[in-house]
Ligand binder design. Sequence first.
Ligand code: CA
Ligand code: CA
Ligand code: CA
Ligand code: CA
Length: 409
Amino acid sequence: MKKSYNKRNFLLDKVPYILLGLILIIALIIFFLIKSRLPLTFFTEMQENTENKTEYSVFIASPTSGEVFNFTNENETIPIEIKAKEVESSDYTINIFVNENKIKSFTSPPYKYNWNPGSSGEYKIIARLVDDDNNVIAESNAITFTVQYESEPENEADVSTDIKEKKTNVIYNSNFRYDNTIPAGLPIFSYKCYTPPVIDGIIQEWDKFESFSSFVPTIKKENYTSHTDIAGIFYSCWDDDNFYFAIKVVDDVFNQQYTGNQINKGDSITIVFDTNLEEDMYITSYNNDDYRIDFSPGNFGGIAAESFMNWPSSAPPVGTVIASKKLSDGYAIEVRIPWYNFWGYVPEDEDMLGFTISILDTDNLDSTECVISSSKTFDFNNTSTLGAIALIDVGDVYSNPEDEASDSN
Ligand SMILES: [Ca+2]
Ligand SMILES: [Ca+2]
Ligand SMILES: [Ca+2]
Ligand SMILES: [Ca+2]
């Protein structure tokens, strides 16, 4: 009994395998039947095509045809990306031409380059693959694109003659690194405030104060493309107790997942002060009157906005209040830092401090991809790259602004 049961069971177990084998055999028969009915070239041509592609072919993947770039500053660039098939010989060059002027040559991948056009106009870009003897082996598609520079509105007219005179005096009477500031020779001006700003991340109350938005790419600047990637507008003011600032950052991809001494790896702000600039003009290293503070907007989720002093301490600055707001195209930060964090420094009208504010941008990687700063060059470890900020008392900017304007006429 037991034996016959086992035998039948064994055969039943094999049924699925037999069926599968049959299906495979039928599929193969159908395949060969179809193949014999199609012209022979159907299969061979497909092979030839792929072979031609592996020979020499270059293709412009960015910019795209008809693309329009609206630029607001002279540092913005066109991201150029060339796709090229693996080239067997090592003696080749890919030349990039814009309006038939060679702007870049590649001899190895990646074929990526951020090109600064410098002026508005219509441009045509083409890539040519040449051999060792400069013979053109392949030419890419030709792409036409447009660049438009929009001039930034001047707010110089709003400033009264009294304030202009005061600024001229401060510049004349103080020593700072003229070449580092943007524009050269002009520090950032910070007005004394008679009513402290409300630290809530809403920065409307700042429009009476001077703004700075001429940030330039400094660290990893080859990654900088346009003002939609990273840009900012900075405001500041001061009183006897605190330094206040607000910054509105435009950033296409918000990414901050770090805290404490790591916040610089995500989207963040770094400010460096030198409270004794006059005596440290030729010192490149940080000393006991320099302060480097990082500010994080948090992630608008579980991580709160915070500040962290990297030099000279390695701890959050004492008594500092920070608030942030997520915006549709970036974020805003508002901060109050008590002066007592800057040991022995007491602010006075017409003080000139070493100063640089930098915006650090992380989009898709795990650390900083690009930095833009308020001084022409910026290096975290070199205080001689700092620009300057002038603290000036021009009276209460909220008291009768109409009267002051008519006085100056
Ligand atoms: Ca506010
Ligand atoms: Ca960005
Ligand atoms: Ca110093
Ligand atoms: Ca970002």
